[in-house]
Design a protein around this ligand. Structure first.
Ligand code: GDG
Length: 693
């Protein structure tokens, strides 16, 4: 972040790790020279904030190491308290127009805390580690609080699309919050979600190699390892980084290729990390033991196979190692991104190097020219190394050339600029537009418009059935119209000036059976793929092709088998999977899976999969309720009053197709394009009753 802060003139607010308050002269030096402002955590909370919930619960779980996760309730309160202290420090520094960029898993409660105190601030959040699958996330105690915490931001960003998808699933599963690919609407605001892979600052690394001192250091290293292929691994000593697995693979390489004796060396830099945590102490012991084992077993008087460096090196030495290494061996078991892979590539100007990269890093999603390995597969890893050290120069140059181009182009500046411009856009678009909140229906005005429609013109009423005229039933066949609705429709349709249509997703037989005897009632079943005019029994509209149902039905059947209580409904133009009586969370989860699967399958057909209220419907796009509006306006050019009522996503097509001066009325409390709103089907009956009275 340092180069970005310098460029934008930002300040860094962070915890120094110190238990005590820093002396005043150091504080002012930090502020003046580095724009760094330390947050003070109470001594009893400080370590527990960092080493407790953040690094013993969130870190292992987010890296899919469930069995390493530890949850201690006291650590949770320190985590909460730590986030609050950050909030205080930020609020103290904040000036109107500032942008706040919150980093990483230690501070996931912070966006919401900030939103409460600075409602108008632009707040962005970036997660540097993976976001786990929702199965794993669900294991994390207080996970819902973290999700709510993040939803305080205007922008929440991750390294990869797959982390983003995991986040979306967790939102649905734990909070019941729906999202689209790039947006979540929650707590009355719109939150943007993004995949923005981080980059590096290549020149701040390569410039370290330009000094005379550094050049002679590189020459000296080259002399020292002359005749050997140099494999390089640089990691924090963390169990996610796969050090023991890599050492074992290296041992296998030496065992299976004895001809490599004296000709290959592995330089492993292991930077000490989180040393107070027990699992890190165990890892250190295991790694030390493996290194001694390999060197003891395979080494000779003149050759040490593993050159192990257990400390942090100055940056110029790191750069020199990148420059001389023939192979960088980046093998984490799980890693949000992994910058070492990108830094190595940046230092290989001559293209003479090979990157071996674990598929379980975020970097693998954009570095396909590396030799990709599964670090758990010792044999596969050892062979990848063998291949790398024997690769011919042209192949090395080709692969490295493609990798370099991407690393240099997508640098950390591009990443920072993108994040900040997305944050600006997201905070400007945070408020949900007024149109999504239709106003309560003005009943008296509505009646007045109906009554005073010009004498010689007709009045057109388009009414949805389920959820509008009758309440939604668990099973579709149970939504039979009561005598009151039949009477109401009969009286409404009897007025020679009225043209009344029931426009529904139901199949023709249902509407005919229930409403077919109401004189002068128009029917438009199957989302108006077909219709008949009042007083006529002749059907107009499309005829239905059937062949596609044979392919789609088995897929829906598979979901029926997996979901107790769900079933398939067949209509003339559509197949529908209903899951109203299934477990709600499971049903929603499967519906999303089904729709995304069908999207791929149906891409080159004219069919589409749609989600409605507890249904997934497969149908052609022309079977939509908006399509009938031009037909009816052509049939009734003398329309002087037009009203449409509906409660479902499918009714939105109808609302969108209406002329501007029509009365569009949404039933329920969802987001809608309609102008007016009624609460429930009983209100619809009441309003219609007043028209006939
Ligand atoms: C987190 C995520 C994500 C290493 N040894 C020395 C040294 N390093 C530098 C490397 C590199 C950095 O440390 C390590 O970065 P990584 O990306 O590999 O890993 P994490 O520290 O776990 O970082 C990770 C990252 O955030 C960014 O979003 O990529 O997935 O876990 O820059 O060069 N630097 C110096 N001496 C060393 O001995 N000076």
């Amino acid at each position: 972040m340092d180069p970005i802060l310098k460029r934008t003139g930002g300040a860094w607010i962070g915890w120094s790790g110190a238990r005590e308050q820093l002396p005043a002269d150091i504080l002012s030096k930090l502020r003046e020279e580095q724009s760094a402002i330390p947050v003070r955590l109470a001594p009893e909370h400080g370590l527990r904030f960092y080493e407790g919930y953040a690094n013993q619960a969130v870190w292992p779980l987010f890296h899919s190491f469930i069995s390493r996760a530890k949850f201690v309730p006291e650590n949770w309160s320190s985590y909460h308290d730590g986030n609050e202290r950050f909030c205080d420090a930020i609020v103290e520094q904040y000036r109107e127009g500032d942008r706040i960029w919150v980093h990483d898993y230690h501070l996931m409660l912070l966006p919401r805390m900030l939103r409460r105190r600075l409602p108008d601030a632009a707040i962005g959040f970036f997660l540097h580690i993976p976001f786990p699958s929702s199965d794993i996330f669900a294991v994390l105690p207080r996970g819902e609080m973290l999700l709510r915490g993040l939803l305080g931001a205007d922008l929440v960003a991750f390294h990869t699309h797959s982390y983003l998808q995991h986040f979306r699933r967790s939102l649905r599963r734990l909070l019941g919050v729906e999202s689209t690919l790039d947006c979540v609407e929650a707590a009355g605001r719109r939150i943007r979600i993004e995949a923005l892979p981080i980059g590096i600052a290549p020149e701040s690394l390569t410039s370290l190699l330009e000094t005379a001192e550094s050049k002679s250091h590189v020459d000296e290293l080259r002399r020292r390892y002359e005749g050997s292929q140099i494999l390089l691994a640089i990691d924090r000593l963390d169990y996610t980084k796969g050090l023991p697995e890599r050492l074992r693979a290296f041992e296998r390489l030496l065992r299976t290729h004895p001809e490599l004796e004296g000709k290959v060396v592995l330089i492993q830099v292991a930077v000490p990390s989180r040393e107070n945590i027990e699992s890190y102490q165990e890892l250190r012991a295991e790694v030390h033991e493996l290194v001694s084992h390999i060197n003891g077993k395979h080494g000779t008087a003149g050759w040490v196979p593993v050159n192990y460096i257990h400390r942090s090196l100055p940056p110029d030495e790191v750069a020199a190692l990148y420059r001389i290494a023939d192979v960088a061996w980046v093998a984490p078991l799980r890693d949000g991104m992994n910058l070492v892979a990108k830094e190595y590539v940046a230092c290989k100007e001559d293209g003479n190097g090979v990157l071996i990269l674990s598929t379980f890093t975020g970097a693998a999603a954009e570095m396909g020219e590396a030799l990709l390995v599964n670090p758990m597969d010792e044999e596969d890893s050892a062979e990848a190394v063998f291949r790398a050290i024997n690769m011919d120069a042209a192949e090395k140059r080709d692969r490295m050339g493609a990798l370099r181009e991407r690393v240099l182009r997508n640098d950390v500046y591009a990443w920072g600029d993108q994040f900040l411009s997305r944050l600006d856009e997201a905070s400007a678009a945070r408020t949900l537009p007024e149109s999504t909140g239709a106003i309560p229906m003005p009943a008296a005005e509505f009646e007045q418009a109906f009554r005073t429609a010009p004498e010689r013109k007709c009045r057109l009423l388009l009414l949805d059935y389920d959820g509008t005229l009758v309440p939604i039933a668990d099973r579709p066949p149970d939504a039979v119209p009561g005598a009151n609705i039949i009477e109401l429709l009969t009286r409404l349709a009897a007025d020679p000036r009225n043209r009344v249509f029931v426009i529904s997703g139901r199949k023709s037989e249902d509407l005919e059976r229930w409403l077919g005897n109401v004189p002068h009632l128009g029917l438009a079943p199957e989302h108006s793929a077909r219709w008949r005019f009042p007083g006529s029994h002749e059907w107009h509209g499309h005829t239905a092709p059937h062949e596609w149902k044979q392919t789609v039905r088995p897929i829906l059947q598979h979901y029926v088998d997996r979901t107790p209580g769900s079933f398939i409904e067949e209509k003339g133009f559509a197949l529908v999977w209903h899951y109203r009586t299934a477990d709600p969370e499971f049903g929603e989860w499967l519906a999303t899976e089904l729709v995304s699967m069908l999207e791929g399958m149906l891409a080159d057909t004219e069919l589409r999969a749609y989600r409605g209220k507890k249904i997934v419907e497969v149908k052609p796009p022309w079977a939509n309720k908006g399509a009938i509006v031009p037909e009816l306006l052509a049939a009734y050019p003398d329309t002087g009053f037009l009203c449409a009522m509906g409660d479902d996503r499918t009714d939105e097509d109808l609302f969108a197709a209406l002329p501007k001066d029509a009365w569009s009325i949404f039933v329920g409390d969802g987001v809608t394009k309609a102008k007016y709103r009624l609460a429930r089907p009983a209100d619809v009956s009441r309003v219609l009753q007043r028209l006939v009275d």
